[in-house]
Design a protein around this ligand. Structure first.
Ligand SMILES: Cc1cc2nc3c(=O)[nH]c(=O)nc-3n(C[C@H](O)[C@H](O)[C@H](O)COP(=O)(O)OP(=O)(O)OC[C@H]3O[C@@H](n4cnc5c(N)ncnc54)[C@H](O)[C@@H]3O)c2cc1C
Ligand SMILES: *[C@@H]1O[C@H](CO)[C@@H](O)[C@H](O)[C@H]1NC(C)=O
Ligand SMILES: *[C@@H]1O[C@H](CO)[C@@H](O)[C@H](O)[C@H]1NC(C)=O
Ligand SMILES: *[C@@H]1O[C@H](CO)[C@@H](O)[C@H](O)[C@H]1NC(C)=O
Ligand SMILES: *[C@@H]1O[C@H](CO)[C@@H](O)[C@H](O)[C@H]1NC(C)=O
Ligand SMILES: *[C@@H]1O[C@H](CO)[C@@H](O)[C@H](O)[C@H]1NC(C)=O
Ligand SMILES: *[C@@H]1O[C@H](CO)[C@@H](O)[C@H](O)[C@H]1NC(C)=O
Ligand SMILES: *[C@@H]1O[C@H](CO)[C@@H](O)[C@H](O)[C@H]1NC(C)=O
Ligand SMILES: *[C@@H]1O[C@H](CO)[C@@H](O)[C@H](O)[C@H]1NC(C)=O
Ligand SMILES: *[C@@H]1O[C@H](CO)[C@@H](O)[C@H](O)[C@H]1NC(C)=O
Ligand SMILES: *[C@@H]1O[C@H](CO)[C@@H](O)[C@H](O)[C@H]1NC(C)=O
Ligand SMILES: *[C@@H]1O[C@H](CO)[C@@H](O)[C@H](O)[C@H]1NC(C)=O
Ligand SMILES: *[C@@H]1O[C@H](CO)[C@@H](O)[C@H](O)[C@H]1NC(C)=O
Length: 657
């Protein structure tokens, strides 16, 4: 069995594999990776680009598990081969909980070994990333621990680990490096998956889905581990690690349905930073987020995907032309406006890890655009009163509709200045498709308002030839790995900023939270429509009415007790957010950057689409194979042992009774 140690797959434990036998002719021999080929067959040879059928499959997408392959395997004398069957006439499991390590029905090592063998040695018995820091683990290695600790805040450390998460809070903080401000006496697997498959072809996904479904195992899909709610982890789970599916194919001229223009086909594991680089090299603009390592074709598009481009062209999910996915029943399908249209609708906005595993997406791209950014800040000080400060913030908010209608994207924050006051910072104000004179003209009335209020600012305007250099200069590599905050968020409707009375009420709600100890990470953004964006998808309807995505983290110290973490989390959910909801009744929140404790998450994250999404979930996944906290259908499940307001993933997953 392959064991993963910091990026390296070390030799299989051959003793387990050799306990398996196969017949070669009439001779019985030990089964080894040498005489058992990975299960799968090339069933669809990658075809040339066709204008009628869309982009060809990626080479690894054509290596699939078929019934013929499975039938062939039954000729081998392998244990538990029926665990890999596609659904037959049997009914879905009626067990009240998923199997958990230590249970009588947990697969024996030899059964895991068959999965490893059939998946071509891709199975990893997971080890917490920080295990080398703990003497109780065989991986203990002080040198390696020091390196892991030094890189702990770098997202690449986590994306290149099969099971780590960027935000370990909901993992349960069971294995963090010991010198980062919190004492953990012993490292345990906690909320990390038990096994992971390093996916490199479709057949492996099919094997894993069939295996988990037939053996009633918890299943998770782990791409980059960026999700705020830690949707890609789970104790006792088999995890599909999609990181290596990092193909980026560019089509200069691509015709599909009514679209004709540049497009990309992206493997499920690509990072935003890599897509932007390829777009730049080809003279086009891709629609992605601001974060460098978010999985553009994974959880990002699945949740809707907001972008510096959104106020010009809509959400990332609106740019999708077609997708490939493996369904809960193990079937590999294409989803597009004409093939499996209901699935296509749901996969674009209805959330990750719910309807299947996406293997690739085809997205349209835009011509190159100039970008001009503006930065400045102002802070409460001896010469700038709190009243004036908030009037300055109010002045900005009053332009939210005007600015987004002009296609801009404002990224800003309001944080404590360290001495009891606050600082407002543009980080930056982003003028997509704008020259410097154009942006200066747009913001002139706003700057005049600040000046009239007596708020001195020194705006810095910088024009870039295209998205990549503007983005690279504006959004530094993100700092991850922390557990000292947790956030909620809200998509406030446009009217809350265009009408002075409503604006004041909204501002008061924002100010209440900040003065209560929150920080504001704000986006002035809208989901624009254009001739190409296909908004017939399940993106939260609240996105179509908003000009903001406001994220509201509450904070605590690295060494905070669980009671303190619970307290702050409760304050976010039950004190600050009710005020935000009260001024935006019926609006919603962005599922991918939201409060895991959001009350009535069905309405907030999915709006009026929830019933349709839930019905489709029941239809495609009657087995309850896919679960993610706050995902569609997750209300039917419960993870055992959670603290109130801290729903960690380190307990057993059970059906709610
Ligand atoms: C620093 C930071 C900045 C961010 N910036 C932005 C931004 O600018 N715009 C924006 O819209 N969002 C942003 N996000 C949020 C981001 O979109 C979500 O966290 C998203 O869920 C990440 O998806 P992932 O695949 O990278 O992460 P993961 O945590 O690995 O996956 C997220 C969810 O999607 C599921 N999933 C992943 N891949 C697949 C697949 N192939 N098939 C089925 N399910 C899958 C996982 O199971 C999980 O449920 C940011 C997040 C962070 C932490
Ligand atoms: C079945 O096994 C035979 C013999 O190993 C092989 O030649 C054939 O390609 C296999 N068929 C499939 C569909 O895997
Ligand atoms: C099948 O494998 C089992 C052990 O897994 C072994 O005991 C048995 O002899 C094998 N039978 C044949 C026909 O290979
Ligand atoms: C410990 O880790 C370091 C750094 O990765 C490595 O060079 C060294 O070989 C490891 N030591 C042992 C005993 O594995
Ligand atoms: C520490 O954790 C390891 C791994 O889970 C476990 O084997 C060991 O018993 C634990 N030790 C103590 C002292 O709790
Ligand atoms: C929107 O998509 C759904 C499902 O994909 C389809 O049934 C419907 O006809 C589409 N509606 C429009 C207006 O295109
Ligand atoms: C921060 O705000 C406080 C309180 O209003 C103010 O007195 C102080 O001057 C500010 N500090 C800085 C560094 O701006
Ligand atoms: C950029 O602006 C030009 C006109 O100035 C327009 O033709 C083009 O569609 C815009 N591009 C985007 C992506 O909005
Ligand atoms: C990104 O910025 C860094 C410095 O911050 C610079 O070294 C690098 O060349 C830039 N890359 C691109 C593609 O602009
Ligand atoms: C602004 O909102 C208030 C409160 O809902 C309402 O009474 C008023 O008519 C609105 N004003 C305008 C100009 O729409
Ligand atoms: C909103 O607040 C501002 C400043 O605090 C005040 O001048 C204005 O009169 C208020 N507007 C309304 C409609 O209440
Ligand atoms: C926890 O950390 C904070 C800030 O780093 C420090 O001030 C405090 O003394 C620590 N508390 C304990 C109990 O270690
Ligand atoms: C914000 O807008 C929504 C939707 O138009 C509206 O229902 C709500 O009353 C507005 N906010 C306030 C403070 O009234």
């Amino acid at each position: 069995m392959a064991q993963f140690i910091r990026g390296v797959i070390v030799a299989s434990l051959a003793s387990l594999i050799s306990a398996q036998t196969i017949k070669v002719g009439s001779t019985v021999v030990a089964a080894t990776p040498q005489n058992v080929a990975p299960a799968g067959a090339i069933v669809a040879v990658p075809a040339p680009l066709s204008t009628t059928s869309g982009a060809p499959l990626l080479a690894w997408e054509s290596f699939q598990l078929t019934q013929a392959v499975l039938t062939n395997l039954t000729n081998l004398n392998l244990t538990a081969i029926s665990s890999f069957s596609f659904p037959g006439t049997g009914s879905p499991s009626t067990a009240s909980c998923k199997a958990f390590p230590g249970d009588a029905n947990w697969p024996s090592p030899i059964v895991w070994d068959v999965l490893d063998l059939l998946s071509g040695g891709a199975l990893i018995k997971t080890v917490p990333l920080a295990a080398p820091c703990y003497t109780s683990w065989p991986e203990y290695n002080a040198t390696l621990c020091a390196a892991i600790t030094a890189s702990w805040n770098d997202p690449h450390l986590h994306t290149s680990d099969p099971t780590s998460t960027q935000w370990p809070l909901f993992e349960g903080l069971t294995c963090i490096p010991p010198t980062l401000g919190r004492t953990v006496t012993n490292c345990t697997l906690g909320g990390y998956a038990s096994y992971s498959i390093e996916v490199s072809n479709v057949a492996q996904i099919q094997l894993a889905l069939n295996f988990a479904r037939n053996l009633n195992l918890r299943l998770v899909v782990r791409n980059t581990g960026h999700d705020f709610a830690d949707k890609g982890i789970g104790a006792g789970a088999l995890s599909l690690w999609t990181h290596k599916l990092n193909d980026i194919k560019f089509y200069e001229s691509y015709t599909y349905g009514s679209y004709s223009g540049p497009a990309f086909k992206l493997g499920a594991g690509v990072h935003t930073e890599d897509v932007y680089a390829v777009a730049e090299a080809n003279g086009v603009t891709a629609v992605g987020g601001e974060c460098r390592t978010v999985g553009l074709a994974g959880g990002y598009i699945a949740g809707g995907g907001h972008s510096p481009m959104s106020s010009l062209v809509g959400m990332a999910a609106d740019q999708v032309l077609s997708m490939e996915a493996v369904l809960p029943n193990g079937q590999f399908v294409t989803a597009s406006a004409t093939q499996n249209p209901d699935l296509f609708w749901a996969l674009r906005g209805g959330g990750g890890s719910t309807f299947g595993v996406v293997t690739s997406v085809v997205v349209q791209a835009y011509p190159k655009i100039p970008v001009t950014t503006m930065t400045f800040d102002f802070t409460i000080s001896a010469t700038l009163s709190a009243t004036t400060f908030w009037n300055g913030v109010r002045a900005y908010f009053s332009y939210f509709a005007t600015f987004t209608d002009a296609g801009t994207y404002g990224y800003f924050n309001i944080v404590p200045n360290g001495s009891g006051g606050y600082t407002f910072t543009f980080d930056p104000f982003w003028g997509g498709n704008m020259t410097k004179p154009q942006l200066q003209t747009l913001v002139a009335p706003f700057l005049k308002d600040l000046s009239n209020l007596g708020i001195p600012v020194t705006p810095v305007f910088t024009q870039y030839a295209s998205l990549l250099p503007a983005w690279n200069a504006s959004f530094p590599p993100e700092n991850v790995g922390g557990w000292t905050n947790h956030a909620a968020s809200r998509l406030f409707p446009r009217e809350n900023f265009t009408n002075g009375t409503l604006l004041n009420a909204t501002l008061a709600a924002v100010r209440y939270a900040i003065e209560g100890g929150a920080i504001l990470v704000g986006y002035n953004i809208k989901s624009a429509t254009n001739a190409h964006a296909n908004q017939n998808n399940s993106v939260n309807p609240a996105w179509r009415k908003t000009v903001t995505h406001f994220i509201l983290p509450g904070l605590w110290d690295a060494n905070a007790s669980w009671a303190t973490i619970q307290n702050v989390s409760e304050t976010i959910t039950n004190d600050w957010m009710p005020k935000w909801r009260a001024v935006s009744p019926g609006a919603g929140a962005y599922m991918a950057e939201a409060d895991i404790n959001e009350p009535n998450f069905q309405q907030s994250f999915y709006g009026s689409y929830y019933p349709q999404l839930y019905a489709l979930k029941q239809q495609l996944d009657p087995y309850g194979l896919f679960y993610a906290p706050t995902g569609v259908g997750s209300e039917d499940w419960v993870v055992e042992g959670q603290l109130p307001y801290v729903p960690t993933q380190n307990g057993r997953l059970c059906k709610k009774t």
